[in-house]
Ligand binder design. Structure first.
Ligand SMILES: [Fe+2]
Ligand SMILES: [Fe+2]
Length: 349
């Protein structure tokens, strides 16, 4: 997912007043007692939990929060790049970018479908996004100022997404894990197209080279923030990581994934011929990893809580698109109903 899994629980603690509606009845006491052993057995054996399986409410609500946050990030993530479809520098670039943005819409669809298997409706999840009760990745609250930003997003943002999402292919919840397999294949293409955009710019005019460098300067730190706040060492008990790892939802800590991303990306930056904006970035022979500087977590919190450069615009655009698309949803429902009625009539005849 696009990081940032640390919002409030959807179950809203013990009060349950903010609890998401579910389609089936809650378990009775005897089932609940039996459920624990059954569920723990599946998790211990590293088996997948499927929608038919009984699961603890906290596991269900954690997954709903994670998958919804991921789905929201996919569809909000269409906006910064959609901004450049009409201004892509060639027909080839335009076709590639349109395919990429369309892929992100598809990722949102797979993920909303995966969340629906947990007994929550897509309408409810979108309502939670539109009313600010669920988050999307803070990375999409930064503007895309130049064409090079499309390259930097593909290379860094999709690159960080892959780092987060590949382990989710082995996540304990079956529908989420299966959705991730196709998503990851498409993300790899996105990452390569971004790398290639920057590679070409870095071999262009001095102005194009400067544009590529400027984009990398602006997107590097927000990309590192995508993995979420520190959650290892002293911070191991903070956030949701420990519980999510015990449940087999997460396989690595935010910090481990961030380190892997830095280790993967530094040699790529050298290949492109751009510098990453961190004076503390250097190879540590002893650790066998790159050391890097401190992420500005105050900025991260500020942007996530609504005060980033583009938060208001992203949400206004999303809500407007949803409202303007109401007639399409209504038409689809009417068509499905008419077909179902016709099928029933044919069956009765
Ligand atoms: Fe995606
Ligand atoms: Fe992507």
């Amino acid at each position: 997912m696009y990081g940032n899994d640390y919002g409030p629980d959807d179950a809203a603690g013990e009060s349950g007043k903010d609890r998401l509606p579910r389609r089936d009845e809650p378990l009775n006491a005897a089932e609940a007692a039996d459920l624990e052993g059954y569920f723990d057995g599946l998790i211990d054996a590293d088996q997948r939990i499927e929608p038919r399986d009984a699961m603890p409410e906290a596991y269900r609500s954690t997954l709903i929060r994670m998958i919804a946050q991921h789905a929201h990030s996919e569809i909000i993530g269409m906006q910064p790049e959609g901004n450049w479809i009409s201004r892509a520098p060639s027909l080839r670039r335009k076709a590639i970018l349109m395919a990429k943005v369309q892929d992100e819409a598809g990722h949102g669809l797979y993920l909303y479908s995966a969340a629906e298997t947990l007994g929550v409706t897509r309408e409810e999840l979108l309502d939670r996004l539109h009313t600010g009760r669920q988050k999307y990745s803070s990375i999409f609250n930064y503007p895309t100022l130049t064409w090079a930003d499309v390259g930097a997003i593909g290379w860094l943002v999709d690159g960080a997404a892959i780092m987060n999402q590949v382990p989710l292919c082995r996540c304990s919840y079956g529908p989420y894990a299966r959705a991730m397999i196709r998503v990851c294949k498409e993300e790899s293409f996105h990452q390569r197209q971004g790398f290639e955009i920057l590679w070409v710019l870095a071999r262009g005019t001095a102005e194009q080279k400067a544009m590529a460098q400027d984009a990398a300067n602006r997107w590097w730190w927000p990309s590192l923030m995508m993995f979420g706040p520190p959650d290892s060492g002293e911070d191991a008990s903070k956030g949701h990581t420990a519980q999510s790892m015990a449940w087999g939802i997460k396989r690595f800590s935010n910090d481990d994934l961030r380190q892997k991303f830095v280790d993967m990306t530094v040699p790529q930056a050298e290949r492109i011929g751009i510098t990453l904006p961190d004076p503390d970035l250097r190879w540590n022979e002893e650790r066998g990893h790159y050391d890097f500087g401190e992420v500005d977590w105050a900025e991260f919190k500020r942007v996530l809580s609504g005060d980033g450069p583009m938060n208001a615009q992203r949400m206004a655009h999303r809500v407007r698109a949803h409202e303007e698309g109401a007639w399409v949803r209504e038409a689809a429902v009417a068509y499905a109903e008419r077909r179902a009625a016709a099928a029933a009539e044919a069956g009765a005849a």
